[in-house]
Design a protein around this ligand. Structure first.
Ligand SMILES: Cc1ncc(COP(=O)(O)O)c(C=O)c1O
Length: 379
């Protein structure tokens, strides 16, 4: 089926008992078993819940994978993937990624004996050179948060697979509408469903998708054993959000391109980071690998004072962490999403005091630009 059809129908057969067209919220913790040793496929709701199962089937289909498991947050989804590893295992990860992922790796997982090398994954040789005999995972985010660097997924997958490592891709920034990493060789895809998948800034969740029965079995075991599951109500919200993923992403994309062009031509903006701009260093790769350029844009205003004045003046755009909602969200990566990244790394990557990140929503673009115009010029 086509992508839009899958958004609406994959995993979402009408309810067997009533014919309800929307998957019901099965708000139950357990299921009555008709006799000892016999049940209807559901024993206890940490292990399995029909609302969550419907969402998992839906997201697996959208990512062109076979299996999905939904979690209480994007971070718990990522954490569960790393529980596939053992003390002494090594990970190659992007030097620029969501600050919370770096915090999990550096402050939590290192305590359990995992080691990490952080490299610029836009350079395939850097990934190759960082691989060791102990490397079990290559963890990629593309485009990166917030510098919008694009990584060649197929090339990195070839390097990782040569050494027997798994490729894990955080596809939160794109959603499967814009990029499906499994088609480029990824073994596991993770998302914060909090962002574009849910799309309405009213649920926190995560998902792990894979194409391998063996990986899925291990993730399913960990999901049940560790227990950070997505609730039935949140599963319902994400299912509801995903029904409009294709139409929302189309609108996000249109507004994203228009906003990037507006910012690139503004005299007070020193630099714009957006893979859709022709001067972006990986523009050609983005054109090949993605089905659009998305709605995340970072731009440099030159100083903390400039960024603060600008951010204090926006009205329609909401100042806040997160991204991917229908409403435009604007943030200051240095002090917000990436505060946990060491200052030297932030400096090296370009996460400066003057950097602003915008997640362009689906409002009328004229209103968004008028809001930014006022923020640049207002008193
Ligand atoms: C790229 C990316 N991955 C993962 C996460 C973590 O997701 P959550 O906030 O749902 O735990 C975020 C959150 O901002 C993110 O931007």
């Amino acid at each position: 089926m086509g992508f839009s059809t899958d958004c609406i129908h994959a995993g979402q057969e009408p309810d067997e008992t009533t014919g309800a067209v929307s998957v019901p919220i099965y708000q139950t913790s357990t299921y009555v078993q008709p006799e000892l040793g016999r049940h209807k496929g559901y024993e206890y709701a940490r292990t399995k819940n029909p609302t969550r199962s419907a969402l998992e089937a839906n997201l697996a289909a959208l990512e062109r994978g076979k299996h999905a498991h939904c979690f209480a947050s994007g971070m718990s989804a990522i954490d569960t993937v790393f529980r596939l590893l053992e003390s002494g295992d090594h990970v190659v990860a992007g030097e620029n990624m969501y600050g919370g992922s770096f915090r999990l790796f550096h402050r939590v997982l290192e305590k359990y004996g995992l080691t990490f090398s952080y490299v610029n994954t836009a350079c395939v040789d850097a990934v190759r050179n960082a691989m060791t005999d102990s490397t079990r995972i290559v963890f990629l985010e593309t485009p990166t948060n917030p510098m919008m660097t694009v990584t060649d997924l197929a090339a990195c997958a070839a390097v990782a697979h040569e050494r027997g490592a798994l490729v894990v891709v955080d596809n939160t920034f794109c959603s499967p509408y814009l990029q499906r990493p499994i088609e480029h060789g990824a073994d596991i895809v993770v998302h914060s469903t909090t962002k574009f998948l849910n799309g309405h800034s009213d649920s926190v969740g995560g998902v792990v998708v894979s194409n391998s029965d063996e990986i899925a079995e291990q993730i399913g075991f960990l999901q049940n054993a560790v227990g950070a599951i997505l609730s039935p109500f949140d599963s319902f919200l994400v299912l509801r959000g995903v029904k409009t993923l294709a139409v929302r992403m189309k609108a996000h994309e249109e507004n994203g391109v228009a906003m990037a062009n507006y910012l690139a031509n503004h005299g007070k903006v020193k630099k714009v980071y957006y893979p859709g701009l022709r001067d972006h260093p990986q523009h050609e790769l983005a054109k090949r690998q993605m089905d659009g350029f998305g709605a995340l844009i970072s731009f440099e205003l030159g100083s903390y004072e400039n960024a603060k004045t600008f951010l204090d003046r926006v009205r329609l755009c909401s100042l806040g962490e997160s991204l991917g909602g229908v409403e435009t969200l604007i943030s200051h990566p240095e002090s917000m999403t990436h505060a946990s990244v060491p200052i030297e790394t932030r400096k090296r990557l370009g996460i400066t005091p003057g950097l602003v990140r915008i997640s362009v929503g689906i409002e009328d673009i004229e209103d968004l630009i008028a809001d930014l115009e006022n923020a640049f010029d207002g008193e």
